[in-house]
Design a binder for this molecule. Structure first.
Ligand SMILES: C[S@@+](CC[C@H](N)C(=O)[O-])C[C@H]1O[C@@H](n2cnc3c(N)ncnc32)[C@H](O)[C@@H]1O
Length: 278
């Protein structure tokens, strides 16, 4: 089955995302990398859905000059920013595409996907996981952070542009948010062992002011949320947010590390990376 990889061409969103993701996705990634996934010096790594390369750079610093790192993303404009950001690293390759293109550089010790997996259509999750599994070395690990649901004012705000329907907002943008239990079941079915799993509601990020938040949310939603439709002053009043105070964003987060066993589990079919043929 051919996987759906939508090409996104949004230069201004890419640039806004690049400089504002530090407030949420990059700060999440740093905690996940250092406390949970723990890439090792010399690892061969893939940053799946690398975006503008913020987290790719963090990964590159952790695997060091003895490691090898691939960043892959379907968004041309984000890829261009990532290529500039990492151009001085000889051992880092930034490529346009998705898991199929990244398998050319397999096998990997670790695959990291920070806030990416919910962009994959639900009907393709299993096939992506099979390709990811096939791209890992035996004993290799796949770590990802994602979201199960948005909480607080950001949920209401997003729904407000879709006749107050949160589900319509999610389906317009094409995100499929899923629980830890869902991911654990699918990962085990694919042959992975779960090394770490967490699902909790928490503050995802804190933005310095309402303008930074609105610009970031429009960029993250690649236009499926329009900042122009919400004046910053109206945002503060509607959601009772305090002027001159950082804007907190809440969500239910899912963090997972899944390991490819050193020997295949009995009863689980294995696949070759390039063909997905048994
Ligand atoms: C919220 S951004 C996260 C970017 C980066 N991981 C970070 O933490 O800054 C989600 C990224 O997933 C990418 N993406 C969407 N569909 C994808 C796919 N099928 N394969 C790989 N990446 C994908 C998007 O282009 C986007 O850059």
């Amino acid at each position: 089955m051919a996987l759906t990889v939508t090409s996104i061409n949004t230069p201004s969103y890419a640039s806004s995302y690049g400089h504002l993701s530090q407030h949420l996705q990059e700060s999440d990634a740093l905690k996940f990398l250092d406390n949970v996934l723990q890439p090792q010096y010399g690892d061969r790594a893939l940053d799946f859905g690398c975006g503008t390369g913020n987290v790719t750079l963090d990964l590159a610093r952790r695997i060091g000059s003895d490691g090898f790192l691939v960043g892959v993303d379907p968004d041309d404009d984000r890829i261009r920013i990532a290529q500039n950001r990492l151009q001085s690293y000889d051992n880092v390759k930034i490529i346009r595409g998705s898991i199929s293109e990244a398998t050319a550089f397999a096998p990997y010790d670790i695959i990291n996907a920070n806030h990416v997996i919910h962009w994959i259509p639900r009907g393709e999750h299993e096939e992506y996981l099979r390709k990811i599994f096939a791209s890992l070395k035996p004993g290799g690990r796949f770590g990802f952070t994602t979201v199960h649901s948005l909480k607080g004012f950001i949920r209401d705000l997003s729904a407000s542009q879709y006749e107050n329907s949160y589900d319509s907002f999610l389906s317009a943008i094409g995100w499929s948010f899923s629980s830890l239990a869902y991911w654990e079941t699918l990962l085990k079915k694919t042959g992975f062992e779960i090394s770490y799993g967490s699902e909790e509601e928490r503050v995802s990020g804190v933005f310095p002011d309402e303008r930074a938040f609105l610009e970031w949310w429009e960029a993250t939603c690649v236009g499926h949320f329009s900042a122009a439709q919400m004046a910053p002053e109206a945002l503060m009043t509607k959601y009772d947010l305090k002027r001159n105070e950082p804007i907190p964003i809440h969500a239910r987060h899912v963090d997972v590390v899944a390991k490819k066993p050193k020997k295949p589990n009995k009863g689980v079919r294995t696949f070759k990376a390039d063909t997905l043929v048994e």
